[in-house]
Design a protein around this ligand. Structure first.
Ligand code: UT7
Length: 331
C-alpha cells in the first residue's frame, strides 16, 4: 500500500492504581522470598486495582493525560483501539465503554486480544488507518488488570503481575514534522497457545462450579518455556524492522522491551549488542502489566525528559498466543 499520509505519536499518558503489593506482602501469601523475586525477575512492587476498578477506569485516566499531552480534546478523536486481555467484560469491548466514558459516539471502537504485545498490535493497526486517511486522531490504549485473574496460591505466576494502563494518541502528521511511526512488525505462533492461557470462562470451558474450584479461570503459564521464546522472538522482530529500514542498532537512541523479566531484558540487550544505557527499564516499580508495560515505560521516559523529540525509539514485546511484535518510531 502506498501511504497517503504519515502517522506519529502526538501524546502519551499512563495511570496505575494506588494500592501497592510488595515482595514482602507476597512472602506472606506463598512460599517465596524477596531475594528470589528480585534476582529472578527484577521486580520489587506492583500496583493492584481495587475491587471497584476495571480496565476502562484505568484507561480513562491514562487517556485524559495523553489527550492533554497531544493538546487535543476527546471530541478530536475518531477511533479508539484498546489492547487488552483483561477488559471490563468478555463483551462489549473496553474500547466501547471507554468511548462512552469520554462522552463520545459514532466512530469505530474495538479491542485487540494479542496478549502482552496488544499495544504494539493496536498501534500497528492505528498507523494504517491514519496513513490511508480514514482516521486522523486514534486513541490507542494498552491496559491490563491481570491481578483479578491471578491465582494467589501459585507462586510461579502470582509474583509477576501488576495492573496499569498506557495511552497514546496516533495522529496524522504535518509533512514538515520529523516525528513519525516509521515501521512495525507483528506476528504469532499459535502452535504454542497452551503455554499461557486462561482456560475457563470462554466457549471452550464456560465458567462453572468445577472450573472455579480448580482455579481454571485464573492465568496459567509455563514460564521457562515462554522465557526462551521471549528473547528469540523479540530479537527477530527488532532485526526485521532494523534491516527493512537500513538501520544499525547503534542508530537507536532507546530500546523499550516488554517488562516481563529483567533477565529477559538483559539477554535481549546482550544479543542485540545495544548499549545498556539506552535500555529503558521500570520493571521494579510495576511488575509485568502485560499490554501496558511499553506504553507506561514510554510515557514515563518522555515525562522524565529522557526520550526527547527526534529520538529514534525501538520497542518489542511477546506474549500469550504466542504473539510478538516490534515498533520503530521517531518521537
Ligand atoms: O508477559 C507474559 C509472558 N511471560 C513471561 O514473560 C514469563 C517468562 N518467564 C519468566 O519470567 C520466568 O520463567 C519465571 C520468573 C516465571 C520463573 O523463573 P525461572 O528461572 O524460569 O524459574 P523456573 O520456573 O525454572 O523454576 C525454578 C525453581 C523451581 O524450583 P525447583 O523445581 O528447581 O525446586 C520453582 O518451583 O524456582 C521455583 N520457583 C520459585 N521459588 C521461589 C518458582 N517460582 C518461585 C517463587 N519463589 N515465586
Amino acid at each position: 500500500m502506498i501511504a497517503k499520509y504519515n502517522a506519529k505519536i502526538t501524546g502519551t499518558g499512563h495511570f496505575v492504581p494506588e494500592k501497592i503489593l510488595t515482595n514482602a506482602d507476597l512472602e506472606k501469601m506463598v512460599d517465596t522470598s524477596d531475594e528470589w523475586i528480585r534476582t529472578r525477575t527484577g521486580m520489587s512492587v506492583r500496583h493492584v486495582a481495587s475491587k471497584d476498578e476495571a480496565a476502562s477506569d484505568l484507561s480513562y485516566h491514562a487517556a485524559l493525560k495523553a489527550l492533554e499531552a497531544a493538546d487535543l480534546k476527546p471530541k478530536d478523536l475518531d477511533m479508539i483501539i484498546v489492547g487488552t486481555i483483561s477488559g471490563d467484560h468478555a463483551f462489549p469491548s473496553t474500547a466501547c465503554i471507554l468511548q462512552k466514558k469520554l462522552g463520545l459516539r459514532n466512530f469505530p471502537a474495538f479491542d485487540i486480544s494479542a496478549g502482552c504485545p496488544g499495544w504494539i498490535y493496536a498501534i500497528n493497526i492505528a498507523k494504517q488507518f491514519v496513513e490511508n486517511g480514514v482516521a486522523q486522531n486514534v486513541l490507542v490504549i494498552g491496559v491490563e488488570i491481570l491481578t483479578k485473574i491471578t491465582n494467589y496460591k501459585d507462586r510461579n505466576t502470582c509474583i509477576l503481575f501488576g495492573d496499569g494502563a498506557g495511552a497514546s494518541i496516533i495522529s496524522r502528521k504535518e509533512p514538515t514534522d520529523i516525528s513519525r511511526i516509521i515501521d512495525s512488525e507483528i506476528t504469532a505462533d499459535g502452535t504454542h497457545n497452551e503455554l499461557l492461557i486462561q482456560e475457563a470462562g470462554g466457549s471452550r470451558m464456560p465458567a462453572c462450579k468445577e472450573s472455579v474450584k480448580k482455579n481454571l479461570h485464573t492465568l496459567y503459564m509455563e514460564g521457562n518455556k515462554i522465557f526462551k521464546f521471549a528473547v528469540k522472538s523479540m530479537y527477530s522482530m527488532c532485526d526485521i524492522v532494523l534491516k527493512r529500514n537500513n538501520l544499525d542498532v547503534t542508530s537507536i537512541d532507546w530500546l523499550i522491551t516488554h517488562q516481563a523479566n529483567m533477565r529477559i531484558i538483559d539477554a535481549l540487550g546482550r544479543k542485540m549488542k545495544i548499549d545498556t544505557n539506552k535500555v529503558i527499564v521500570n520493571i521494579e516499580k510495576y511488575g509485568n502489566t502485560s499490554s501496558a508495560t511499553i506504553p507506561i515505560a514510554l510515557d514515563e521516559a518522555i515525562r522524565e525528559g529522557k526520550i526527547r523529540k527526534g529520538d529514534l525509539v525501538l520497542m518489542a514485546s511477546f506474549g500469550a498466543g504466542l504473539t510478538s511484535g516490534s515498533l520503530l518510531i521517531r518521537l
